[in-house]
Design a binder for this molecule. Structure first.
Ligand code: ZN
Ligand code: ZN
Length: 506
């Protein structure tokens, strides 16, 4: 009896010592390889305990305080040299705490934090999150992702993982695949993906920005909903727009901004701050890269000075951004489990020339879907439109806005109308991702609940299949007060325009 107890005790003790190790090292036979979710840009950068980016109240106040005296000059559309320097000093307050060196590495101790989870459960298909310092060279982050994948494999006892990559994470995933291939990857989903550039970044770096009153108005009213809680502010802004005053104010502001670019001040600023951050360069499209490289590093001297950084940026261009289609096609052929999820029906950030194009509010639908044909915002492809590529399926949306047949993967690309970039579709996306990964050959025809085109109801934040009836315009109706504000602003505009003419004459 005593001996039996001894044996029992030793078995229990041995099991207690051995089992956790076995769980970590042994293979898991649950049949559901873990899903890693690669986050988008946006985690906070800390210097010690202090968060330095995104900028906090004090920094924003100091920036505004420095820049405020420049407002009249901006509204006149002309800054003198001293004012240009002041404008860039104001902007530097925001970016100097996260400054990088000339080689494209951090120049301050500030960093975005990410720690590994203590343990990872995966059987329920809940994603395991991977975060990173979005400023770093995408190849550095890709190596970190590779380590993380190995960690998750060891922890879960699976050989290979699935990846869902969101926004900037889609660029990281593409970089990862270019270096490490698909040896550890069983399937991949690009969701709201920034893998073909982000127009606001791409156009800023290549000096193609544009400020349009139409898109600024639509963006602020429809997208951000910042006036949602205040109908009076909404009406005030509508009056500002409808009277033409907003346009009158934007034209000289754009002229002043252009002045900063034309005389090299913006290039100097880019060289010192934004242009040193490889993460931002990862959001510049292959199409815009040569122009951006030329705008930020225009002279032989500057190219010499930033030679190490340029080698890194050129590598990204040569091995990743100019090869995206090839990288994705290879991943599709190797894994057979691929998905692209994107949004449309939203106006893009109002600093680009793309204000008439379909987007998810941050990324153009054409880029996010990798090549779908999109009607301009607010219109359709027309009743006579014929699908561009006949692959034996219909790939035109019920609202006749999207033709998915020209996308890289017409049968594996899902569209959600009115899905704002940050919304990420709630439970819809996770269910779709589970279908793509945990069943074989799942495509846009596999399940009537997950057709190619969906629409998001912005009031209930739910997603349902798009029909010709439910995709109507998502609009905020201005109130009565807007009609009162409009003539007042019209009068202001007349005075301003007169003043501008007098100023120009004088
Ligand atoms: Zn398992
Ligand atoms: Zn098809």
């Amino acid at each position: 009896m005593k001996k039996a107890l001894c044996i029992l005790l030793s078995i229990v003790l041995t099991a207690a010592c051995v089992l956790p190790a076995a769980a970590a090292d042994g293979a898991c036979d649950c049949g559901k390889a873990p899903i890693i979710h690669v986050y988008g840009i946006g985690n906070t950068v800390y210097d010690g305990e202090k968060s330095v980016f995104p900028p906090q109240g004090g920094t924003i106040a100091a920036t505004v305080f420095t820049a405020l005296p420049l407002l009249p000059a901006f509204l006149r559309g002309s800054l003198n040299i001293r004012q240009q320097e002041r404008a860039l000093r104001a902007a530097a307050r925001i970016f100097s705490p996260i400054a990088f060196d000339k080689n494209g590495d951090p120049a301050t101790p500030a960093a975005a934090r990410f720690t590994y989870p203590e343990s990872v459960a995966h059987e329920d298909g809940e994603p395991i999150y991977f975060d990173y310092d979005w400023r770093l060279d995408p190849f550095v982050v890709a190596a970190q992702l590779h380590d993380f994948i190995r960690f998750v494999e060891a922890q879960t006892g699976h050989d290979g993982v699935y990846i869902v990559a969101e926004s900037m994470g889609a660029m990281i995933l593409t970089t990862y695949l270019s270096v490490y291939g698909t040896a550890d990857i069983k399937g991949a989903v690009w969701m709201n993906g920034a893998y073909k550039g982000v127009a606001s970044c791409s156009e800023s770096f290549s000096n193609q920005n544009s400020f349009q009153a139409d898109s600024l108005y639509t963006y602020l009213i429809q997208q951000t909903g910042i006036f949602g809680s205040s109908p009076l502010l909404c009406d005030l802004f509508t009056g500002l727009y409808a009277s033409g005053l907003l346009e009158s104010v934007l034209r000289p502001v754009e002229k002043a901004a252009r002045q900063l670019a034309d005389n090299g001040a913006l290039t100097r600023f880019m060289q010192q701050y934004l242009g040193r951050i490889p993460g931002f360069w990862g959001l510049v499209s292959a199409e815009d890269y040569p122009a951006a490289r030329n705008f930020v590093f225009p002279t032989a001297e500057s190219q010499q000075e930033y030679a190490v950084l340029l080698t890194r940026l050129d590598r990204f261009y040569n091995e990743v951004s100019s090869r995206v289609d090839e990288i994705m096609t290879d991943a599709k052929e190797a894994t057979g489990k691929i998905g692209v999820i994107c949004g449309y029906g939203e106006v893009i950030t109002p600093v680009t020339k793309d204000n008439a194009r379909q987007s998810d509010s941050i990324i153009l639908t054409e880029d996010e879907s990798n090549g779908a044909t999109c009607a301009p915002l607010g219109s359709t492809l027309g009743n006579d439109y014929v699908q561009a590529v006949d692959d034996g399926h219909s790939h035109i949306s019920a609202d006749r806005v999207i033709d998915a047949s020209t996308a890289l993967f017409p049968d594996h690309t899902w569209f959600v109308k009115y899905a704002h970039h940050q919304v990420l579709y709630g439970s819809y996306a996770l269910e779709l991702v589970h279908n793509i990964f945990y069943s074989d050959g799942f495509d846009v025809f596999s399940d009537p609940a997950f057709p190619q085109f969906m629409v998001r109801d912005v009031r209930t934040d739910t997603v349902s299949p798009l029909t010709s009836d439910n995709g109507g315009q998502k609009t905020v109706e201005p109130g009565f007060a807007a009609r009162l504000f409009t003539p007042v602003f019209k009068a202001v505009r007349v005075i301003l325009d007169l003043n501008a003419k007098l100023f120009a004459a004088g």
